[in-house]
Design a binder for this molecule. Structure first.
Ligand code: CA
Length: 226
């Protein structure tokens, strides 16, 4: 999953990037003003946008408008300095999905981001399951038939995205956009490397394979082979 943070307070932006990246395992991009935020939001695919309201140049509200007017449905969590009920109601009506008033607890922000991603991918619970494969997005753990499976952070990130979109064909390009931040050099063969590692760890010793390749299109996680 790929998160965009648009926040002009340098220190808070760094703390958010660390909490969402190192602690929660998401790919994170940070923009320090509304202009850059909007540009990034429109040039890559994100699973959630954390958007500060008071930004230099283009405000958070303007960024939200521009995104929603362009038909962008990415969940947006607004950060607001004041607990201004009227403007919050306004923003929610204008397409924001949630908000947090500063100062806020980073743990609460993480929980809310997780809920927004869960909802947007159509899952009600933090546990994602496919047959006997279970991925716990709270503990960031994976098991198959009750046996714990040890994954590297990038393998986990890849599997979490595929599990959230199980049953749908996910292209390599989509995976690259959702698994990596802006600063990574993107080579599509790294995806093949992660997929083959996941196959080895998840499917090799199981009676049914869950990871399928659709030649020329991408990958699908499914109990039935497509
Ligand atoms: Ca601000």
């Amino acid at each position: 999953m790929h998160i965009l943070v648009v926040e002009d307070e340098d220190r808070l932006a760094k703390n958010l990037a660390t909490a969402l990246g190192r602690n929660a395992g998401y790919a994170v991009d940070v923009a320090l003003n509304g202009e850059d935020g909007l540009h990034l939001a429109q040039s890559s695919a994100f699973d959630c946008i954390v958007l500060d309201l008071m930004l230099p140049g283009r405000s958070g509200r303007e960024v939200l408008h521009a995104l929603r007017n362009a038909g962008d449905k990415t969940p947006v969590l607004i950060l607001t300095a004041r607990d201004d009920k009227a403007s919050i109601v306004h923003l929610l009506n204008e397409g924001a999905d949630d908000y947090l008033a500063k100062p806020f607890d980073l743990g609460e922000l993480l929980a809310r981001v997780k809920v927004l991603i869960r909802r947007s991918t159509g899952h009600a619970s933090a546990l994602l399951a496919l047959g006997d494969l279970v991925l716990d997005t709270n503990r960031r753990s994976v098991s198959r038939a009750g046996r714990p499976i040890d994954l590297t952070p990038m393998e986990y990130r890849t599997l979490a995205y595929l599990m959230a979109h199980q049953g749908s064909v996910v292209s390599k390009e989509t995976l690259l956009e959702h698994l990596y931040d802006y600063n990574w050099e993107k080579f599509s063969n790294v995806i093949e490397v992660y997929i083959s590692a996941l196959r080895r760890k998840i499917d090799a010793n199981a009676s049914t394979s869950l990871i399928h390749t659709i030649r020329g299109h991408g990958y699908v996680l499914s109990e039935e082979s497509p």
